[in-house]
Write a protein that binds this ligand. Sequence first.
Ligand code: E4P
Length: 282
Amino acid sequence: MPKNISSKIFIDGGSPQETRQAKVLLGFLDGQTTNPSLIAKNYTAKAGGTKLTETQALDEYKRVVRQMSGIIPEGSISIQVFAQEETKADEMLRQARARKTWIPNHSIKFPCTKEGLTAAEIACKEMPVNITLVFSQSQAAAVYEATKGAKYPVFISPFVGRLDDRGENGMQVVENILEMYTSGDGHVEVLTASLRGVDHILYALRLGSDIITCPFKVFKTWADGGFTIPDTSYVYPVGKLKPIPYKEDITLGKPWQEYNISHDLTTIGIAKFWEDWNSLLQ
Ligand code: E4P
């Protein structure tokens, strides 16, 4: 496929084999996102129920991202910190500083919580960061302000599929963030995540999302269909999904702590990442 689209294409997964296949199919690959659940799933598929010590599990994460980095040395690879809702910013920063030594093309993922943004505010002066588990325009305003003055690339990951899964129009959050960010300085790249089907890719391309991260299954369907690119007549099939309207009263320009960053899906998401990771441990 010729690289004639403005959005960067990432693969979302925990398997280096998928990274390799995706790169072959597309002809290029701009990056990779991982998370504790995906790394755990990949390990379990390979090793069944064999449990690991904490050091072995961390070594497994490191080994996998190193392999991915070898496949796309020119790409960006997101590595996530392990956190619970109550994990302090200092602990996340400690993990982030250790993870950034694993591979040169790292981006470190922090959850969109008070402690996560406190950590990211410092980290973005030291390394590329990716704020994950984003579900609202208000969280996106906080991410923008917390990372203002970043010295490295900043990604924000709105999770569309998890909103769709409960009947809300996740793509509208991407739309809303892109609209709100038009009044900003462009330092945050919008990374459309948690994709469930090719229409998520197509609409994200249509909207001009800076980055789109595709699970291999969705990616393969897109590949089998010849990597369709939407034209101006493309209409996203919203179906019965409930609208998430743009909020005019949420504007950039306030200290990040003043925005409402709580979202139940962020809370649920952190707990699930933690649980999946811990399921690997002895
Ligand atoms: C993104 O970085 C995440 O790994 C991912 O897109 C989560 O998607 P899910 O909702 O399919 O778990």
